[in-house]
Design a protein around this ligand. Structure first.
Ligand SMILES: Cc1cc2nc3c(=O)[nH]c(=O)nc-3n(C[C@H](O)[C@H](O)[C@H](O)COP(=O)(O)OP(=O)(O)OC[C@H]3O[C@@H](n4cnc5c(N)ncnc54)[C@H](O)[C@@H]3O)c2cc1C
Length: 421
């Protein structure tokens, strides 16, 4: 059956554009639709992990980002409120060709992805995808837009957290919100060192890292209503409180005050759908899963979704016939979902250690941080997982080592899988 295009992607965020790269790279005719007329600058994903950067390098996007002034940061450090390191993940010790965190603004990353799309991809902006079009068996055959229906062998839902297409397909999502919000500030004036520093404080987490162009990002954990009605005249009092709680941020006092009016307060949660696919439909990026931003995983897992989907679709050699595609999508979902569960677990455990404000959670979190920080084997495993280089899940015994319940005789060594490489 002939279709308008081979693949129709709804959404041109990082997931949709990554899908267009990966599937367009197979020679498929791909049409990407996005309801926004232009890319809007939002603080939404700036840290690219080495695993995703490797994929972006294959697509020519990493070079574009380097030419646009992307920064390379050396790793992630969890610190006490005065700045002393509790747990340092030094990416320079990773066994990979790009052992760094690549940093740029989300809209610059999107622009670089869009500029380098393969010739068989068309991107149309300002087109709202209203719903799925399905045949009499319930199989997705295309999408409905205000300009008419469009048919495709495969529809990719990359339409973000509140995905219309996911709801339309009736795919369930398990979601949990964190009890806090993140206040996001974009600071100008001084570079903030070459790592991502996360402070564990009595108010929860504060996180800062440099951005290109002598700018920096600061996230501060806040109560849902903490900043409501705090205008510029009252900001000084709030910033004084922040510096009291996190003395290491004292040098940034003026920068935060300058950034006050442009601050954003973002809700944070985690979610995962019960399946990543239905007949003729694949879900990628935040339409299928989301995590707390503290571990810098969301954008990265979206890019790896696209790469893993294309690796499967490649097996069909361009023939997207429904009877071939349906079992392949099911197999992709079954294989990819456990990887996303592992990403979610890593992100959630890391987030809990630094953001939990309950008395019990605080004691446990600080203890786990200190013990993990001193354990080379666990540190390296967590760093490898977070870097997107593959998953080596922590065992229940490892959790006991993290909490200091049992001493770890191998704690001074690299993990065995890393030693044998
Ligand atoms: C504060 C914050 C910080 C973060 N920091 C990081 C980080 O440092 N590193 C990291 O890896 N991740 C980070 N993330 C996560 C990252 O932003 C997401 O994982 C990523 O943006 C998901 O991309 P996406 O393409 O799935 O969704 P989105 O970026 O939301 O894109 C969805 C697109 O679909 C379009 N769309 C929606 N509905 C329709 C429709 N009906 N028709 C047509 N188009 C439609 C939208 O216009 C949009 O362009 C962060 C997230 C937040 C909130």
């Amino acid at each position: 059956m002939s279709t308008d295009v081979d693949v129709l992607v709804s959404g041109a965020g990082v997931a949709g554009l990554a899908a267009a790269h990966a599937l367009g790279g197979l020679g498929l005719r791909v049409l990407v639709l996005d309801k926004q007329r232009e890319i809007r600058p939002v603080p939404k994903g700036e840290l690219l992990q080495p695993g995703a950067t490797d994929v972006l390098a294959d697509w020519g996007v990493a070079d574009e980002l380097a030419a646009d002034g992307a920064l390379r940061l050396s790793g992630l450090t969890v610190r006490d409120p005065h700045g002393a390191a509790l747990l340092a993940l030094d990416y320079r010790t990773l066994d990979t060709g790009r052992p760094w965190l690549l940093v740029h603004d989300y809209h610059v990353i999107l622009a670089a992805l869009a500029r380098t799309l393969p010739a068989s991809v068309e991107l149309r902006r300002g087109v709202l995808v209203r719903e799925l079009v399905r045949d009499e068996h319930g199989r997705t055959t295309g999408v409905r837009t205000d300009g008419g229906d469009l048919t495709a062998g495969l529809v990719v839902a990359a339409d973000g957290l509140s995905s219309r297409l996911r709801r339309n397909a009736g795919i369930e999502v398990e979601r949990a919100d964190y009890p806090h919000r993140l206040a996001a500030f974009e600071l100008t004036g001084q570079p903030l060192g070459d790592d991502v520093s996360t402070y564990v404080t009595s108010r929860g987490l504060a996180m800062r890292y440099s951005l290109p162009g002598e700018r920096a990002r600061l996230y501060v954990q806040v109560e849902p209503d903490e900043l409501r009605g705090v205008d510029a005249s009252a900001a000084g009092g709030w910033i004084d409180g922040l510096v009291r709680d996190v003395p290491a941020l004292a040098p940034l006092r003026e920068d935060v005050a300058r950034a006050w009016s442009a601050r954003q307060v973002l809700p944070v949660g985690r979610s995962l759908t019960t399946s990543l696919a239905a007949d003729g439909l694949a879900l990628i990026g935040e339409s299928a899963h989301s995590v707390h931003p503290a571990a810098g995983q969301g954008m990265n897992s979206s890019i790896l979704d696209a790469a893993s989907l294309a690796a499967r679709v490649r097996e069909l050699d361009g023939d997207l016939a429904p009877e071939l595609l349906a079992p392949l999508l099911r197999a992709w979902s079954t294989g990819r979902r456990p990887e996303l569960i592992a990403v979610g677990t890593t992100s959630h455990n890391a987030t809990r250690m630094i953001s939990d404000l309950s008395p019990f959670g605080r004691v446990l979190g600080r203890r786990a941080l200190r013990k993990t920080g001193r354990n080379r084997r666990l540190r390296h495993t967590i760093m490898h997982n977070m870097a997107g280089l593959g998953q080596h899940s922590l065992s229940p015994l490892d959790r006991l080592h993290q909490l200091g319940v049992l001493p770890d005789p191998r704690g001074g060594q690299l993990p065995s899988w890393a030693r044998s490489r």
